[in-house]
Ligand binder design. Structure first.
Ligand code: UDX
Length: 478
């Protein structure tokens, strides 16, 4: 493949966190397959980890118009970069990345004709506007959570937030978010709404970035019309041009298969070392007998919470595969390994798994998840029912939709008790299995339909590419 000198030059700029990098790298590969030239911007820190644990360099080298560029996230190398330092991380990123982005856009040749910026980065629209470069926002979260973010001014006006953690407020129905009046409770609101202070910087970052999405040329979402149609109709009242192109991992897999590049979709975009030994273990387990447990890339568990999950899993007598991300459990980290010794026959623990492959494995029958949006979509595509234990950001809303709207699992939010864990595992794996599997398989079929010929996500990707070409043409002519 040779680079086409007339191809639009796109800059893709994600928040350099795992969930965001994962979906934006998939988007980048999808667009590279269509012959677009792409510069992908990542932090030095995350990029170093991608180079260490994945084959991204070789993978993207097959696209002649593709290049990576890195910037400093403003933090020292040995900074822990966990969710506990999230405000510091955003502050440092804004300070460091904003001037870098501006200079890079001025200096880069061939000039950037369009930016796809992570919709959570509120400074990108300011820079794009100043330099008169068309901007597309990509939000890596669910449409339902974006709609809730758009409704924050209404929630404040109605006195629904800040919640201040009062028990009665957590369970009361909130009727201020159109389309969710029948099932939205205080405890289902996105993480930022539960803090006491609406002047908190993260609250303001998210609100500001969301409201800016209504001013950009296009809003791209990793979802599909049959999954979130009603929520999308509401967002369309704020952002007229929205393209849903998800589930992105399935979309990419399908297009790679069509171009005979099956190797690529087995590759990972992981910031941790993938332990593939769990696939060998899964191969030896009976069909649909294993509950897969993972709380994503940001959530942290206390040792007490870890032990409640542990006892619940063991008491359920089900087989389990558990991802314990390095550093994700407070207290004595060796506890994970000691416990693993105790249940070798039925359980298997890894530091990081090839999650998409795990969920697609025939031995997996359920997913105990933190309801991150990538994980939710991956489970939907695999037709695997979920037990949700959301921790932060969009997760509390995603889990409510899983249980109340899509009816493909149970929401355990705000409870961490071994008896509840055991009961819910039993519900998903045995008692209510049939009803959940039926709805999950139905959604999986709709997901596949959306990216096949004539499907909404497939058509939207074509429209997006067309728009990018037009934007690029206009940028060159102006
Ligand atoms: C958070 C948000 O909650 C999410 O909705 C947002 O889009 C990004 O930030 P995170 O904890 O990263 O999420 O979860 P998720 O969005 O589910 O992404 C995690 C990714 O890591 C998934 O794609 C998953 O497949 C991958 N993963 C996770 C692995 O590859 N291996 C693992 O062992 C665990």
């Amino acid at each position: 493949m040779e680079e086409n000198p007339h191809s639009p030059h796109l800059l893709i700029f994600p928040l350099p966190f795992q969930g965001h990098l994962n979906s934006m790298l998939k988007l980048a590969e999808l667009l590279s397959l269509q012959g677009l030239s792409i510069t992908f911007l990542n932090s030095h820190h995350s990029h170093k980890r991608l180079l260490r644990y994945t084959d991204i360099h070789a993978r993207f080298a097959q696209y002649p118009g593709f290049r990576f560029k890195t910037f400093s996230d403003g933090l020292p190398d040995d900074h822990p970069r966990t969710i506990h330092q999230i405000t510091e991380m955003f502050d440092a990123l804004y300070l460091s990345a904003r001037p870098f982005l501006k200079k890079m856009l001025i200096d880069t040749l061939p000039p950037v004709s369009c930016i796809i910026g992570d919709g959570i980065l509120g400074f990108v629209p300011d820079v794009a506007k100043e330099l008169k470069i068309p901007l597309i926002h990509f939000r890596t979260v669910s449409a339902c959570s974006i709609w809730a973010y758009f409704c924050i001014p209404l929630l404040i006006q109605a006195g629904n937030i800040p919640l201040r953690g009062r028990h009665e407020d957590m369970d009361r129905l909130i009727t201020t978010v159109p389309g969710m009046e029948a099932f939205l409770r205080g405890r289902d609101l996105p993480g930022i709404c539960k803090d006491n202070d609406i002047n908190d910087r993260i609250f303001q970052f998210v609100l500001d970035a969301t409201l800016k999405s209504s001013e950009v040329d296009v809003l791209l979402l990793n979802t599909f019309e049959d999954l979130e149609g009603p929520m999308l109709s509401h967002i369309r009242t704020k952002c007229p041009k929205i393209y849903t192109i998800g589930p992105l991992h399935l979309h990419l897999e399908t297009r790679l298969a069509a171009s005979n590049n099956m190797e690529s979709f087995k590759s990972s975009n992981s910031l941790w070392e993938v332990d593939r030994s769990c696939m060998v273990w899964l191969d030896k387990q009976p069909p649909q007998s294993v509950i897969y447990v993972s709380f994503g890339s940001l959530a942290m568990l206390t040792r007490e919470q870890y032990l409640e999950f542990w006892h619940g899993l063991v008491n359920s007598k089900q087989r389990f595969l558990w991802v314990t991300r390095p550093g994700s459990v407070g207290g004595d980290d060796d506890s994970a390994m000691e416990l693993a010794e105790g249940t070798k026959e039925r359980g298997y623990i890894v530091g990081w798994a090839p999650q998409e492959e795990v969920l697609a494995h025939k031995a997996v029958g359920g997913f105990l998840t933190h309801s991150g949006w990538n994980s939710t979509l991956e489970s939907i595509v695999a037709g695997v029912p979920m037990i949700c234990w959301p921790c932060l950001a969009d997760q509390p809303l995603n889990s409510r939709f899983v249980s109340e709207v899509w009816k493909i699992g149970i929401d355990m939010k705000d409870v961490c008790d071994r008896k509840v864990v055991e009961r819910m595992i039993n519900d998903v794996m045995v008692e209510r299995r049939e009803e959940f599997v039926k709805s999950a398989k139905n959604l999986a079929t709709l997901a596949r339909r959306s990216i096949s010929d004539g499907g909404s996500s497939r058509g939207n990707l074509d429209l997006l590419i067309n728009d990018i070409r037009n934007m690029s043409f206009q940028t060159h002519c102006s």
